[in-house]
Design a protein around this ligand. Sequence first.
Ligand code: TYD
Length: 211
Amino acid sequence: MTGRFITLEGGDGAGKTTQAELLTAWLEEHGRTVVRTREPGGTDLGVRIREIVLHERGHIAPRAEALLYAADRAHHIETLVRPAIARGDVVLQDRYIDSSVAYQGVARGLGAEHVRSVSEWAADGLEPDRTILLDLDVTVGRARVAAARGDTFDRLESEAAAFHETVRRAFLDMATADPERFLVVDAAEPADVVQQAIRSAIGPLVGIDEG
Ligand code: TYD
């Protein structure tokens, strides 16, 4: 089997975890080996970096924040993702370089191109075969996170609504610029409708033909 690298992107509360679980089950039913992972925090080292970037109490300089995400990514891609793709697995990853571009590059104002090039260097140029963008109104996403977890927001989630609006816009702009790689799904639809759209797009990539 040919290894594949599929990434999921979107704001908080868009349903990435639910969709990843449903897609994993479907891929496994069709005999594919799936590695589900995430950034930040897909490795033991990454879990420690995740703790810093999401829960550090004091200020983190924006460039340091960008480099922490990049450090997590460098280690994760080299030690976990590339070996899985080389084995022929399907890697289904929650967040990747596009998140750094949207959050640090655009919303934090560090510059989309700078942040993308740092991340591409960190990942030694690994590109996703397909990126699923779960697009959702910011207020709706926030309400979903609050309902699921109570009002405990991490460092990034605690940013103002305008920050998250900027993130949303940045993701949509990236999708428009690269329609071959991105599939944009309306995450306000019921979970099974969203999942169907994802399966239709991913099926041909992983050799599953449901007719
Ligand atoms: P995520 O794991 O999706 O959060 P949760 O599991 O709490 O839903 O992502 C953690 C946060 O990190 C999220 O707010 C987005 C942010 N993030 C960046 O700012 N830059 C990045 O490069 C990545 C990967 C995530």
